[in-house]
Design a binder for this molecule. Structure first.
Ligand code: NAP
Length: 273
């Protein structure tokens, strides 16, 4: 059977290494994960080909198609609808079913790193793009209070409104507007600091990072971002984004194969360290 990744570009994705290690681990030698580079104009043909393939179990979807694939699907889960993006497609009875495992993957890894958000948590989400939507959705499942910080304030406002939780979410345009002493968790959902712009950070260096907070940085390349260094220097607890990548992948793997995510997340993680 075949699974794979639709996106553009996907040539450097770690997903194939991760999933193929999991197939080898469980002894499913006739399963493989492929990378399918799919520019915009090739998406209709790609989706038609996937629908026709009898040996397809499903696939992952990444930038820039997490929203574009929706019209090609027979059904979309409530999670993916609320987030507004699909990162996992499962073939069921010949139809294509869209889901989102990013939110669960993040929450699973956050909890594994010792942090469980709840109604007493004030979380700051940096960024208001695609990944921020999944993180805000996960935080709403935990009843956390959320402040979104985004340079483009309108985008943050749109996120809060479209996810249907304007009362639980405050939006601001800059870190200097935050009440630093009440923050329990900071989640970086911006691409600032992502390779090759390793020097970037969404946290202005002249503002001290709150020592009592946990930082979860979704960026995983480099593994130690400039923001993580800032938080570490302030003695804050720091978690990088590689665990989310693994857990969202393991959750998708579970949907395609029926093998529990916990049975493969360890081997997936070791495959990409
Ligand atoms: N660990 C994982 O499994 C995982 C999963 C998904 C994504 N990610 C990572 O998360 C990051 C964001 O991904 P995405 O899909 O959400 O991207 P996106 O939709 O393009 O959104 C990017 C966000 O970053 C903000 N931003 C960009 N440069 C900035 C800067 N220099 N200072 C402050 N804000 C800045 C943008 O602000 P404006 O709106 O103001 O432009 C926007 O809110 C990427 O690095 C991606 O690799 C990791």
């Amino acid at each position: 059977m075949i699974v794979g990744l639709i996106g553009y570009p996907v040539t450097h994705s770690l997903s194939a290494v991760m999933h193929n290690a999991a197939f080898a681990h469980i002894g499913w030698h006739d399963w493989r994960y492929e990378l399918w580079n799919t520019p915009h104009d090739e998406l209709p043909a790609r989706m038609a080909a996937l629908r026709d393939r009898a040996d397809l179990a499903g696939c992952n979807v990444t930038i820039p198609h997490k929203q574009n694939v929706v019209p090609y699907l027979n059904e979309v889960s409530a999670h993916a609808q609320a987030i507004g993006a699909v990162n996992t497609i499962v073939k069921k009875n010949g139809g294509l079913y869209g889901d989102n495992t990013d939110w669960l993957g993040w929450l699973t890894d956050l909890r594994a790193n010792g942090y469980t958000p709840n109604a007493d948590t004030h979380t700051v989400v940096l960024g208001a793009g695609g990944s921020a939507r999944a993180i805000v959705y996960a935080l709403l499942q935990c009843d956390s209070h959320i402040t979104i910080v985004n340079r483009n304030l309108q985008r943050a406002q749109h996120l809060a409104e479209s996810i249907g939780a304007t009362q639980a979410i405050t939006v601001v345009a800059a870190v200097n507007e935050l009440p630093l002493s009440s923050i329990g968790l900071v989640v970086n959902c911006t691409s600032a600091g992502m390779s090759p712009n390793d020097d970037g950070t969404p946290w202005p260096p002249h503002i001290p990072f709150p020592q009592q907070a946990t930082l979860y940085d979704l960026v995983y390349k480099p593994r130690m971002t400039r923001l993580m260094q800032q938080a570490k220097a302030a003695n804050a607890h720091v978690v990088g984004g590689i665990g989310m990548l693994v857990e969202q992948g393991a959750a998708a793997f579970a949907q395609w194969t029926g093998v529990p995510a916990e049975a493969v997340s360890g081997v997936m993680s070791r495959a990409i360290v």
